[in-house]
Design a protein around this ligand. Sequence first.
Ligand SMILES: Cc1ncc(C[n+]2csc(CCOP(=O)(O)OP(=O)(O)O)c2C)c(N)n1
Ligand code: SF4
Ligand SMILES: [Mg+2]
Length: 232
Amino acid sequence: MSENLTTPIGRQAKFCPGCGHPIVLMMLQRILKQHNLEAQAVLGLDIGCSLLAWNYLPINTFQTHHGRVVPTMVGFKRARKNSLAIAYVGDGGAYAIGWQSLFHAALRDEPVLVIVVNNTVYGMTGGQSAPTTLSGQKTPTSPDGFTGNTMYGPEILHQVSNPEAFIARTAVNDPKQMLDFLDKAIKTQQAGHFALIEFLSFCPTNWRTKGIDTVKFLEERLKSVFKVGEIK
Ligand SMILES: Cc1ncc(C[n+]2csc(CCOP(=O)(O)OP(=O)(O)O)c2C)c(N)n1
Ligand code: SF4
Ligand SMILES: [Mg+2]
């Protein structure tokens, strides 16, 4: 973990150097500022490296249990209808332990924005295989290469969502598309519908990559399996 980087609110940054989480958070802050929504936005944090966002932005956050951030933000939104409710969660929290509540939030068209940061592993606990791990990917729980099927969360959720919902996938090396999708997702919640964006994200610590190889792993391995764009 980094010892000397500071967050936009002057606190010590906790993410590893080269992590994708801060890029997602910086883009989120930029779009909230642009829409003057910093005071209205509330960021619910799942357990995982997502929790390190608790002191990152000048907006309210609260911590939930692993896999429980979506139902928590659904409840929050029902209680505070004028808020912008955002659930911030890793791929493990979203598509494994939290899958049933995420699935039903999409099915019911709950007006929350779910941000899934997909690094293909359980990052915080040491890089174990997750539902999003790629075929052949080496992790501490699949040292000879992952042999299971890979899960495509946004594509499945699209099948059960209302036509007005916004469901998309982008990557942390495409800031223009990140901002475009965040803008559309915020407008979707303001219109009363469910939105989810999956961000393909860097995890050099668990991928055991350095420098340009981290970008290459995302660009060549992740993007060859996970299609970026709006899911239609
Ligand atoms: C109920 C429960 N089960 C398991 C854990 C252990 N645990 C903490 S974080 C985590 C996985 C996090 O992976 P992911 O959601 O992909 O987030 P990342 O750390 O990769 O950003 C697990 C299994 C927990 N804290 N609570
Ligand atoms: S373990 Fe991976 S996801 Fe977690 S802070 Fe480090 S680089 Fe980021
Ligand atoms: Mg993860």
